[in-house]
Design a protein around this ligand. Structure first.
Ligand code: SF4
Ligand code: SF4
Length: 383
């Protein structure tokens, strides 16, 4: 059986020339850019721009990695576009804040339409048979995905697979959280999204990763690694190995194999380039236990409130901006102003909360963390 190939290279810096050399070498190790892109094609670069932020904060794919990928693809005489759909504000606003628009303008790369989309059916899906996908993705010949290596409260880790959630325009993403409150169903939806979009190539930025309270409010952590593959499950699995996280704790791994999207068992992956062992950070701060499945039936609310980890606001850090209230997708809101009083921090009604962590992900102050109730600490410790 052919193994999936993941290339791994050390890069200690975001110096543009060094990153370009590393990106070119990494792509060459898995077949070279001409095996992924043909002259005359229209290719969309999809960085992770969860929320446009200074690249030093490590929320977004670094502009040097974006630039290197753009230059490499432009060398093939393909036409390159770029885009992402954060949940908050328009694509262009976020791209400017992440310094990606400036780099794209320098290269002459146009912004694709990620603010609007249209519905497409996906009859071979495991769970979700139709999606609304950004016009920019649908109008292209192919996608090159540029994920950032970060932690994530819901899926434990965000890398290659999760990056394509940004191909669903704007607030529609929240609807998937409402429809699929079980983290394993949500993960299967992400796999379906990937078997529909099928990016051709993944270049993962782990030079400076994010640990702890990711994907937006964690701490930058130098891992000095760039990863390359055409298999999103395999590249995520090797990234997990580097951060000492069992890929079986990441809920996209199993449905990813089931859907033939890729492989996560190490014996099915050929690592080329450098020795993965030399990158392993055993103390990387990440939740190493699998997500708690949603319960059903009469015990549902009882179990959820007493066992499931939940978002909690640190009032000392909260600036009362209201973003968490705005982003909460459930109706009525599970985090809201207490009796409409906007002079104090919002409060939670955990019985309504589906544990999507959109509030934690969107808080600009890092004031929301994942808290584990007493019974949760006993039965499902977050270690
Ligand atoms: S309170 Fe937070 S975690 Fe709960 S449903 Fe709202 S956004 Fe999701
Ligand atoms: S998003 Fe963060 S800072 Fe803003 S109100 Fe909510 S907890 Fe406070």
């Amino acid at each position: 059986m052919n193994k999936s190939k993941v290339a791994i290279l050390r890069c200690d810096t975001y110096d543009e020339e060094q990153v370009y050399e590393a990106v070119k070498k990494g792509v060459d190790l898995i077949g070279g850019i001409s095996s992924f892109v043909s002259p005359g094609e229209t290719i969309v670069l999809k960085p992770n721009v969860l929320f446009g932020t200074d690249p030093q904060k490590c929320v977004t794919t670094h502009p040097s990695v974006f630039k290197a990928a753009g230059k490499l693809i432009m060398n093939t005489k393909a036409t390159v576009y770029y885009g992402d759909s954060p949940s908050f504000r328009k694509c262009e606003w976020n791209m400017k804040r992440a310094n990606l628009k400036q780099v794209a303008d320098e290269l002459g790369i146009q912004l694709a339409d990620f603010d609007n989309g249209r519905s497409v059916s996906h009859n071979d899906a495991l769970l979700i048979k139709s999606f609304v996908i950004a016009n920019g993705v649908l109008d292209s010949d192919g996608l090159v995905s540029l994920p950032k290596l970060k932690t994530h409260a819901l899926t434990r880790f965000t890398g290659a697979i999760k990056n394509q959630f940004g191909c669903v325009p704007g607030l529609l993403k929240g609807q998937y959280h409402i429809k699929l409150p079980d983290p394993y169903d949500f993960a299967t939806m992400l796999v379906d999204l990937n078997t529909l979009i099928k990016p051709r190539l993944y270049i993962m930025d782990g030079i400076m990763a994010m640990e702890g309270n990711g994907p937006r409010s964690g701490k930058p952590k130098q891992l000095s690694v760039l990863l390359f593959s055409s298999d999103p499950i395999a590249i995520d699995s090797i990234a997990c190995k580097i951060i000492n996280l069992d890929p079986e704790s990441v809920p996209t791994s199993k449905p990813g194999e089931q859907a033939n999207l890729g492989v996560y068992h190490y014996e099915s992956i050929e690592v080329v380039g450098e020795n993965v062992e030399s990158f392993i950070d055993e103390n990387f701060e990440v939740i190493r236990t699998p997500p708690v499945p949603s319960s059903s039936g009469r015990m549902k609310t009882f179990v959820k409130n007493r066992i499931s980890p939940r978002p909690a606001i640190d009032i000392a850090k909260c600036t009362i901006c209201g973003t968490c209230v705005e982003m909460c997708p459930v109706d009525p809101k599970a985090v809201d102003w207490h009796k409409g009083d906007k002079s104090k921090s919002p409060t939670y009604k955990y019985g309504r909360c589906i544990r999507c962590y959109c509030c934690q992900e969107s808080c600009p102050e890092g004031a929301i963390a994942v808290d584990n109730p007493l019974l949760g600490r006993i039965f499902f410790p977050l270690k």
